[in-house]
Design a protein around this ligand. Sequence first.
Ligand code: SF4
Ligand code: SF4
Length: 142
Amino acid sequence: MTEKFWETKALEEMTRKEWESLCDGCGLCCLKKVEDEDSGELFFTDIACRLLDTSTCRCTNYARRMAYVKDCLQLSADEPEAFRWLPMTCAYRRLSEDLDLPEWHPLLTGDPESVHKAGISVRDKVTSETVTDEWTVLTRFS
Ligand code: SF4
Ligand code: SF4
């Protein structure tokens, strides 16, 4: 990959490998979401999609996920409107809004664990929807 490609390329110009490397593995987009009817604010709950491994924060069947989870987000540079469902920490959303990568991002640290060490990821903070449907708000979107 080109060094610091995210600073020189638009999202739609990135290779598949570059695009995929932007995901820090936080797992936040795999949480159930709720919307405040009055304010329109969006929140992540502490309930995760049934395919999310809540320890690694990775999808357990990424290649075939759409066959099992119809409303899973399929991100594309051609459909930036979907980025509103991502947290402000997410590189796809940040780059689409002309913001820098956060300092803990694995592309900057060289350490895939840095998202967990920084306390950004959902690791061990959430429960799978296969276990319970009782939820509380984990965090706001932004
Ligand atoms: S919120 Fe963004 S960075 Fe985090 S897992 Fe989802 S796509 Fe990857
Ligand atoms: S199917 Fe996989 S990628 Fe999609 S929300 Fe569930 S865990 Fe996340």
